[in-house]
Design a protein. Structure first.
Lengths: 283, 283
């Protein structure tokens, strides 16, 4: 039986009672439109915690683009069925009034971390992410919280939030889950038409090819040029393709220590903005 | 018996154990150099909670002025004696390494709330306050946390932090405690020489006089002019004197609803910056 909460107060009371009885709580924050990537997080949480809460909330504060917010897929009923099948124990699905009573006045700044990559192209995005994640952490007070590596920069920002604000919980970063052709699972994939869906494989393909080139000793500048040409040839708008240090996210000009390097990519397939990333050497 | 913790982990473990046994925890965050104002907070916490933690930490992140940080009074041994006498149960007195392992990357922005009054003259101050308070809330996880009305804008900023980040605790604002001549208690008063100590009474005196003038119908612009002249006559640097809305802290140009009005003042007595405030109508 899955329990659905739309208000914070009764969920808090319920979770306090469970914690009093020494149940550990895992949290999987989502914006709904659930896919196998999300389910892998639920399954990881079920293994490591007594009870798992999945939050479903499309957070307006993290959308810099109102059309993206409007078109973000909402599939609540099927999400609940998927969560039931996955054995999720509780769902927190608040409305905007519950999460933002009054218009928000607080903004977060993460220094260099939120000015690059996604931060450069989505101003205010990570402040909105940090705000909603802090709310969810304080409402649910999980022992562990699960995020996907697909949003790698998001994971770094949330890691910084937890580290600096000293939230009493452990963050888990779960591997990217991919379609058979390599496309990273994303709720936004639902918005692709069949032709775009085929084209979208280019992000993961270029990541894999670039990784192979770099590991065989090719220079980063050359590898980036090849990648850019691949996108231009298909008339696809590449927003960024960077090799960065996996700790600081500082963009690199050369690859000297492959174990430290992540490749990150963002591109528009039609109107749909997709992101992906790949470690040069998997941990 | 008072327990002193200098590290977060053992304090957390101890408090988790106490919470498991249904003890409620009150928190009084301080920067040490304790005076009767702090003790009134400890006493309020002891009445409303099973156990009281006082934190003592001079937070570098909230000092915009390095000389102010250097000269901030540190009186740890006598603080502990005072806390023992007051019946405080636990002290958390971390070092800088414990509170800021690496240099901080996160900054908070509170919109209009931290650009005026103290925020205008102490850039970065409230971001540093919010950061350390969030850390303390997450380490100690109190049911109630106590702050003095002397730092009224600080209380509003922390209220916003708790409201927006949905911290699971209640904030209590305790009245200003004053010396017999009216001077608001402050750790910084220790830095005044006897002559300055006498002069310092001007802040509370001007607040009281201005309140009386406003309540008898005097125009705010006139009252502000009289106040400024009082400071000029004594050659004391007035940084601001404002009547603001007690909810939004928006500076007012006229007083139409006295129940909504707080007078706030900041001035330098010698090198020492002092603040004070007064409600036109006490709640």
């Amino acid at each position: 039986m899955i329990q659905i909460f739309i208000e914070a107060a009764p969920l808090r009371a319920h979770l306090n009672h469970l914690r009093d009885n020494h149940f550990t709580i895992g949290l999987v924050p989502t914006m709904g439109a659930l896919h196998s990537g999300h389910i892998s997080l639920i399954k990881a949480s079920k293994i490591q915690n007594d009870l798992t809460v999945c939050s479903i909330y499309v957070n307006p504060a993290q959308f810099n683009n109102p059309i993206d917010l409007e078109k973000y897929p909402r599939t609540f009923d099927s999400d609940i069925e998927i969560l039931k099948d996955a054995g999720c124990d509780m769902v927190f699905a608040p409305g905007n009034n519950e999460m933002y009573g009054k218009p928000s006045q607080i903004k977060f700044d993460f220094g260099s971390l939120d000015k690059i990559l996604e931060g450069e192209f989505r101003p205010g995005h990570f402040s909105g992410v940090a705000l909603v994640v802090a709310k969810l952490f304080n409402i649910i007070q999980p022992a562990k919280a699960y995020f996907g590596q697909k949003d790698f920069q998001q994971f770094k920002v949330i890691s910084k939030l937890v580290e600096e604000l000293k939230f009493d919980l452990e963050l888990i970063c779960a591997p990217v889950v991919r379609e058979p052709d390599g496309l990273a699972m994303s709720s936004r994939n639902m918005r692709l038409n069949p032709d775009q869906r085929q084209k979208a494989v280019i992000l993961s393909k270029v990541l894999r090819e670039s990784k192979a080139q770099l590991l065989s000793g090719e220079k980063l500048t050359l590898v980036k040029n090849i990648a850019m040409e691949r996108f231009m040839a298909q008339n696809i708008r590449l927003e960024y393709f960077e090799a960065v240090d996996k700790d600081s996210l500082t963009p690199l000009e050369t690859v000297s220590d492959p174990g430290q390097v992540v490749l990150l990519i963002a591109a528009y397939i039609g109107e749909v903005r997709l992101i992906d990333n790949l470690f040069l050497i998997e941990k």
